[in-house]
Design a binder for this molecule. Sequence first.
Ligand SMILES: Nc1ncnc2c1ncn2[C@@H]1O[C@H](COP(=O)(O)OP(=O)(O)OP(=O)(O)O)[C@@H](O)[C@H]1O
Ligand SMILES: [Mg+2]
Length: 432
Amino acid sequence: MSLRSHPTLNLKRFFADLNYFPHAGQQLVHRSTARRRVVSCGVRWGKSLCAAMEAIAAAMLADGRSIGWIVAPTYDLADRIYREVELRLMEHMRHRIVSRKESERRIVIRNISGGLSEIRAKSADNPDSLLGEGLDFVIVDEASRLKPRIWQSFLSQRLIDKDGWALLISTPKGKGYFYDLYRMGQGEDRDPDYESWNMPSWSNPLLDRKLIDAERARLPERVFAQEFGAQFIEGSGSVFRGVRECATSTWSKPHPRERYLAGLDLGKTEDFTVLTIVDTQCRLVYCDRFHRQDWAIQTQRIKTALDRYGATVLVDSTGAGEPILEGLKRDGVNAYPYTFTMQSKTALIDNLSLLFEKREILLPRPELWPEGIDELESFQYSVNDNGYARMSAPGGQHDDIVISLALAAWHVRTRIVRVRLTCFPRRRRRFI
Ligand SMILES: Nc1ncnc2c1ncn2[C@@H]1O[C@H](COP(=O)(O)OP(=O)(O)OP(=O)(O)O)[C@@H](O)[C@H]1O
Ligand SMILES: [Mg+2]
């Protein structure tokens, strides 16, 4: 029986007994009677909690035996909703729990009809595990990150036998199958089986506005629009926007009246070493990329280019980079370290991304630098297993040009800050 058409159920009281008080947006989802509900909302909106509560309510109010799955792109993600389900049941309805199988992430409860209801967490990265029994409901978290065939060929099929319902929740990610499902629940001619919602993170009244404003300031505009504004934006996975629009220049020889700044990404065993040099307007004038050479030869090659341009270089000095940096300094190169941590790498990439966004960087035309343009365009955001956004080259591809250019651009930025500081009178400078 559908949750919302249950004759005696006061859903509000039921949730209150679980110490859950849905906000207005979550209430819309809970009240819907559609068999396919698609919730496309911003991060921290309360999607997973809303879905966990749906799972508990459906299991408790089932008539006879029931089975429901919680599915996500990875086991860790599915586990998050499952843990919430387990926790609330243990805290508020412990007497209803019949069995719990930790290794299978499976909990069985005695429902109000006296039958048994089972809830299981499943990972979509192993489609074989999604074969089998008919389901009464399926909840899909981070649905937009699932391969379309997982929904089409595996999950929706499981619902046919028992005429089950589905709740798909996610932040948007471009205009893939999740967008299509979302669209089916919209407009005058919507599919009657579907209902969908699209709400930004700030429609969750419990979310701290300061956090949202801080992320708005930190993230590139379109990333914020997707992740917090819940907008379906095509190509929003790529980190650098407008790369081609910025690629209208040529390589250029050193000019005596110009100053140059460089970034150096040192190749580890498999990677390339990449040296990029920009002028003070952040125009890329030189790039050298080489592979598998003795360090002494590499150092010489780097030094020759830097000497030609009279450039100061920022070097990725993490790990094996440290002795090379020292070697460059001994050889008279004006070199400074940049140590990579999660935060410092993010700051570096964010800075480069902002330069592209503001069109404050100039690159050689694509035919002059195809490998550079390719690498910059394919550098992308992805969500790791813990649900955090990270930035990287797609599987198996290089990111050494990106890192080298980001180092050169960072260098420019910090110099600009320094120039600005020197503009202040001495007395004020102390307070900056
Ligand atoms: N109605 C509510 N009452 C109290 N806390 C809530 C409510 N809804 C959500 N929260 C809390 O807000 C936080 C975010 O909720 P949740 O993890 O469900 O959001 P989400 O949209 O799935 O986030 P993400 O995009 O990070 O996956 C959690 O700490 C959750 O407990
Ligand atoms: Mg979530």
